[in-house]
Design a binder for this molecule. Structure first.
Ligand SMILES: NC(=O)c1ccc[n+]([C@@H]2O[C@H](COP(=O)([O-])OP(=O)(O)OC[C@H]3O[C@@H](n4cnc5c(N)ncnc54)[C@H](O)[C@@H]3O)[C@@H](O)[C@H]2O)c1
Ligand SMILES: O=C(O)C1=N[C@H](C(=O)O)CCC1
Length: 255
C-alpha cells in the first residue's frame, strides 16, 4: 500500500459528488452529510471542473449519459473509486470501463441502474419468474424531466428476463399484432417489449407483466421519493473501496 492509499480507518470516507446540483445529487449530498462515517469533500456540477474532486476517495456520479463516460475515465485515471447511478450503460460502455480498470487494479467502480433496494428485488423476482411465462412486457413510468427512455432499470430488467428465457429454452414472446401506428407496441429490448410513460407527479415506477394460460403475474415497484435510492447509494459508497474492478448492479452487495 502506498502512502497516498493509506487512510486512518477512524476518519470519514471522503466523498465527491458529480451532478451535485441535480435532483439526485442534492439528495446524495444530504445523505452523505448525515452519515457519521462519510463526508462530502467536493460538490461538482456542470462548469466546475473535475479537479475539485481530486481529494475524494469515492466519487458518486449522477449526471447525464453524455458526460458520464468522461467523468468515469477521469476518476479511474486518478485512482478514485466510483459509484455511478447515471444511466446509458450499454454492454459496449461497460466493456470500455473494464478496459480502463484493467490498467488500475486497485480501483473499484459500482454501476447500478437503480439503487432502490425494492427495485433490485423487483428485478430479481422478474428474472426468477421469467422462465414460467410465455408472455412478458415491461411498463416503466417516470417524471417528465427524465432525459432518457426507456429507463436504465427497464433496459436492465429486459436483458435479465431475456437471458432467463434463453436459458429456459423459451422462444419469442407470442405477438400477432401489426403496429398500425409506429411505437404503439413500445420498444423492443432483446425481444422484450418495453413501454415508457412520462407524467407529472411520478418519480420512478415499473411494472413487469407476465402472462401464461389462464393467469397473469404483475411485479411492481414504486419509488415515491428520491430518498428511496439513498440506502443503496450509501451501501455502494461504503463497499466500493473493497471491490476492485467493475460491479454492475447492487445484487452482489446485498447478498
Ligand atoms: N441509479 C439510480 O438509482 C438512479 C436514480 C435516479 C436517477 N438516476 C439517473 O441519474 C441521472 C441523473 O438524474 P437526475 O434526476 O439527478 O438528473 P438532473 O438533471 O436533475 O441532474 C443531473 C445534474 O448533472 C449535472 N451535470 C451535467 N453535466 C455535468 C458534468 N460534466 N459534471 C458535473 N455535473 C454535470 C447537471 O447540471 C445536473 O445538475 C440520470 O441518468 C438518471 O436516469 C439513476
Ligand atoms: O429519475 C430517473 O431518471 C431515474 N432513473 C433510473 C432509470 O433510468 O432506471 C432509475 C430510476 C429513476
Amino acid at each position: 500500500m502506498t502512502d497516498e492509499q493509506w487512510r486512518n480507518p477512524d476518519e470519514p470516507v471522503r466523498v465527491g459528488v458529480l451532478g451535485a446540483r441535480g435532483r439526485m445529487g442534492i439528495e446524495v449530498c444530504r445523505a452523505v452529510d448525515a452519515a457519521d462515517d462519510l463526508e462530502v469533500v467536493a460538490m461538482v456540477d456542470q462548469g466546475d471542473g473535475l479537479s475539485a474532486a481530486s481529494d475524494a476517495e469515492v466519487v458518486v456520479d449522477f449526471t447525464t449519459p453524455d458526460v458520464v463516460m468522461d467523468n468515469l475515465r477521469w476518476c479511474i485515471d486518478q485512482g478514485i473509486n466510483a459509484v455511478v447511478g447515471t444511466t446509458g450503460f450499454t454492454e459496449q460502455r461497460l466493456e470500455q470501463v473494464r478496459g480502463w480498470l484493467a490498467g488500475k487494479p486497485g480501483v473499484g467502480v459500482v454501476i447500478a441502474p437503480n439503487f432502490g433496494i425494492g427495485a433490485v428485488l423487483m428485478m430479481q423476482f422478474a428474472a426468477r419468474a421469467a422462465r414460467h411465462f410465455e408472455s412478458v412486457e415491461i411498463i416503466e413510468q417516470h417524471h417528465p424531466r427524465k432525459l432518457d427512455a426507456p429507463s436504465g432499470t427497464a433496459t436492465h430488467t429486459a436483458r435479465q428476463i431475456a437471458r432467463a428465457r434463453a436459458e429456459a429454452g423459451l422462444g419469442p414472446v407470442p405477438d400477432a399484432t401489426k403496429d398500425e401506428v409506429p411505437g404503439a407496441r413500445g420498444a423492443e429490448i432483446d425481444g422484450v417489449r418495453v413501454h415508457a410513460v412520462r407524467a407529472t407527479g411520478l418519480v420512478a415506477h415499473q411494472e413487469v407483466l407476465f402472462g401464461t394460460t389462464g393467469e397473469t403475474l404483475t411485479i411492481r415497484h414504486d419509488s415515491y421519493d428520491r430518498a428511496s435510492f439513498m440506502p443503496g447509494v450509501l451501501l455502494a459508497v461504503r463497499a466500493v473501496r473493497n471491490r476492485p474492478g467493475l460491479t454492475v448492479g447492487l445484487d452482489a452487495l446485498l447478498d
